[in-house]
Design a protein around this ligand. Structure first.
Ligand SMILES: CCCCCCCCCCCCCCCCCC(=O)SCCNC(=O)CCNC(=O)[C@H](O)C(C)(C)COP(=O)(O)OP(=O)(O)OC[C@H]1O[C@@H](n2cnc3c(N)ncnc32)[C@H](O)[C@@H]1OP(=O)(O)O
Ligand SMILES: Cc1cc2nc3c(=O)[nH]c(=O)nc-3n(C[C@H](O)[C@H](O)[C@H](O)COP(=O)(O)OP(=O)(O)OC[C@H]3O[C@@H](n4cnc5c(N)ncnc54)[C@H](O)[C@@H]3O)c2cc1C
Length: 669
């Protein structure tokens, strides 16, 4: 049980007793191993029991107070990591459970990986130990005021000066100001800056450079550098703890060896040399981070779902007859049909995230061996899954808020802040539409190569079965037939392939490939989504093939997998019908089966969210409390609001009293 700060009475005990499976074993399936459960639990409790990591009044802090609180938490977390000699795995989890976006996320999440991925061995030896000891703090400065999505359009320049063996980093225009990098505004001492490399009069495009921004003595910006925070962001608390920054360079000089030189180099004489590797490896840090964002999606979604499921089991409305109990809102079929697909999605994203991590590691090993063949697929998978999972998660958090009725709108429900923190994931690390268009481009290329007989591999291997998939008809006859994984996989593959082939055919009718791609881009987005959804469904089925231990665990996961797939089928029925993959009758049967599956989830719902093993501290929601003691907590929370510090509000004398007096005069007239 993870509820370290929960109360004595378990109002959800009845719900927990109806579960048909071993919750501890499900925790292992969710976390990936018994070790992962243990270390997650230990780090979550460590954070929950430390008063410095309290966050119950976070949404009431001013921006300055919130930022200072973030600095304090980050420093305290580091102190605990050092004192307790935590491993890297433990330290990462501790930071996760601190649960407050801050400069450390970019330091560990992008600055260090950028140097490791794009720096030479010598550069890594110099910079990584300093970063690991926090002797320097780094951020990732790529995006500019004028360009984010179009990386090749960045304007900052780094011009090599052979006289001094230095690069001169400069912001030639207002729009070339670096804009958005997290940690840049106030905390970072260094940045990996992306700039156009110019040497011997030639522009070689975007490259990475390590630039010191602030003095290591007094933290003041170095000469020629203008720095600041870009201002308040969406929501209270939330991402405002992060100092997203602005940065301008006025002819700032850095030594030549601060260009990240693993992929290409500039010699002492100023000659540009590009190694024999694909240029796209420059984008490696983004691929790495996109992969981690998919794992984060299941975290954020499971958190919202945990709150909504527990509260829906506590909340009662209507249905009371002759003084009998009212109905738990979780028993309403509408509540189930909105909530259980989100529960299933949380599990689906967890497993596809696990698979993506494996894929990423595999691709990295191949790259080390100079095999670049899987790079395009790695890019398509990370871009596509980042896009689909973050968009669906942001929508789902908002849906969970609505599922909690009015109380979901209170900050104390935890949902508004979770949404505000999460929703920029649809934009950062690549706008979701821009990334889906990258997937579509990859799909169009794969389709065009089918004609030449090239066999697609990996996640596009199904396209090799084109003869069958373009004409097959689903054999589903009864609702129960939809429980057959082969039946589901077949229609998802046929839908994805037919949509891609339709797009390719329509593009080929356009005057040029480029015009066709642009004209068809809305359809291409849908085609990319269909392909990515197929990946998620397939990886869930593959997970079920693995050795899953524990009473009833596999059965529950099977139900959730079927719900995930059939819910998508129901939601995108238009795609399945218009491509002729299923008939309207088969669509109706899928929906009938969905209803049956929801009924099977109902008695297990609370236990299925308990398996996420979240502490009350991490959830930070009065509605999602482990003990379900919602109403006293809601009531107590209200009194913490600064507005309730006085009975008569500030402003009464100046603005309320005169008004009330004036109305009195009026009524006498
Ligand atoms: C209350 C709750 C509290 C919770 C607390 C929780 C804590 C939260 C903490 C959160 C921390 C979050 C940190 C957020 C960090 C965000 C950081 C950023 O945004 S950083 C900024 C992120 N910025 C972005 O993401 C910018 C997005 N833009 C881009 O990535 C690129 O400009 C582009 C891909 C769109 C175009 O690229 P471009 O080169 O112009 O042009 P082409 O299209 O012509 O492609 C040419 C060829 O390259 C290929 N290829 C492309 N990419 C890759 C790749 N990665 N690999 C391999 N290949 C790739 C492509 O397939 C094509 O191949 P082919 O067909 O020729 O064979
Ligand atoms: C909270 C947050 C944190 C961030 N942290 C960092 C950081 O640490 N470091 C960093 O370098 N950057 C960071 N960024 C910047 C982020 O990476 C960019 O905002 C993101 O890549 C999107 O780029 P953009 O802002 O230029 O959007 P734009 O490209 O201007 O998007 C505007 C609209 O145009 C559409 N659009 C753009 N291009 C196309 C196209 N080719 N076809 C169709 N539609 C298109 C988009 O879909 C969108 O609807 C952060 C951003 C946020 C919000």
């Amino acid at each position: 049980m993870a509820a370290v700060d929960g109360g004595e009475v378990d109002h959800l005990a009845g719900e927990r007793a109806t579960a048909h499976f071993d919750v501890d074993a499900m925790k292992v399936a969710w976390a990936g191993s018994r070790h992962a459960v243990e270390v997650n639990d230990r780090m979550a409790r460590l954070v929950a029991s430390d008063p410095v990591f309290r966050k119950d009044t976070r949404t009431m802090l001013s921006r300055k107070e919130l930022f200072k609180d973030t600095l304090k938490k980050a420093a305290h977390a580091w102190k605990r990591i050092v004192e307790l000699r935590l491993t890297e795995e433990e330290a990462n989890l501790l930071r996760l459970y601190v649960d407050q976006p801050g400069y450390v996320d970019l330091h560990w999440g992008m600055f260090v990986p950028a140097i490791k991925g794009q720096g030479t061995e010598e550069q890594q030896k110099k910079w990584v130990p300093m970063a690991y000891k926090f002797q320097i703090i780094g951020c990732y400065a790529q995006t500019e005021l004028g360009h984010g999505s179009n990386v090749q359009g960045l304007e900052t320049t780094a011009t090599f000066d052979p006289n001094t063996d230095e690069f001169v980093v400069h912001s030639p225009t207002l729009t070339s100001s670096k804009w958005w990098p997290g940690g840049l505004g106030k905390a970072s001492t260094h940045a990996v800056v992306y700039a156009r490399l110019i040497t011997q009069g030639k522009d070689y495009g975007i490259h990475g450079f390590i630039v010191q921004l602030r003095s290591l003595d007094d933290h003041s910006p170095l000469p020629g550098i203008t720095l600041g925070d870009i201002g308040g962001k969406f929501g209270s608390g939330a991402y405002n703890s992060m100092d997203n920054g602005v940065l301008r360079f006025d002819h700032v000089r850095i030594p030549r060896d601060q260009m990240l030189m693993r992929l290409s180099q500039v010699t002492r004489e100023g000659k540009y040399v590009h190694s024999d590797v694909p240029k796209q490896l420059l984008y490696g840090t983004m691929v790495y981070v996109r992969q981690t964002i998919v794992a984060d999606a299941s975290k954020a979604l499971s958190r919202a779902v945990c709150i909504a499921v527990r509260y829906s089991a506590i909340r009662k409305q209507f249905g009371s007859q002759a003084g009998g109990p009212e109905t738990q809102v979780l028993n309403y079929k509408t509540q189930q049909s909105r909530l259980f697909p989100l529960l299933a999605s949380a599990y689906a994203y967890r497993f596809v995230g696990e698979w993506l991590k494996w894929l990423y590691t595999d691709v990295m090993q191949k790259l080390e061996a100079k095999d670049y063949s899987t790079l395009p697929e790695a890019h398509a998978c990370t871009a596509g899954l980042k896009s689909v999972t973050t968009s669906a998660t942001a929508d789902a958090i908002e849906e969970c808020r609505k599922l909690c009725g009015g109380h979901g709108y209170l900050n104390s429900s935890g949902l508004p802040e979770l949404f505000a923190v999460y929703v920029p994931a649809c934009t950062y690390e690549g706008d979701n539409v821009v990334l889906l268009l990258q997937v579509a481009r990859f799909l169009m290329k794969t389709v065009s190569q089918l004609a030449s007989g090239k066999q697609p591999v990996g996640t596009t291997a199904y396209m090799g079965n084109i003869q069958y998939l373009m004409q097959c008809k689903s054999a589903v006859n009864t609702a129960g037939d939809w429980l057959n994984p082969a039946a589901i996989k077949e229609v998802f593959e046929a839908r994805a392939l037919r949509m891609a082939v339709n797009c390719a055919q329509n593009i080929s009718k356009a005057p040029s490939q480029e015009e066709g791609f642009s004209e068809l881009s809305p359809d291409l987005l849908e085609s990319a989504v269909a392909h990515v959804q197929l990946i998620i469904v397939t990886k869930f089925f593959e997970k079920l093939q693995q050795d899953i231990i524990g009473h009833g665990v596999k059965e529950q996961l099977q139900n959730l997998c079927n719900i995930y797939a059939l819910f998508l089928l129901h939601k995108h029925l238009g795609d399945f019908l218009s491509t002729g993959c299923i008939t309207p009758k088969q669509g109706a049967l899928a929906n009938e089966q969905l209803g049956r599956l929801y009924a099977q989830v109902r008695p297990n719902a609370v236990a299925l969210v308990d398996a996420f093993d979240y502490t009350d501290h991490y959830l930070s929601s009065v509605l999602g409390r482990y003990d379900g003691d919602v109403y006293p907590a809601l009531y107590a929370e209200a009194w913490k609001d600064p507005l309730n510090e006085t009975v008569i509000p500030d402003g009464y004398q100046e603005h309320l009293r005169p008004l009330l007096k004036q109305q009195l005069k009026f009524s006498r007239l």
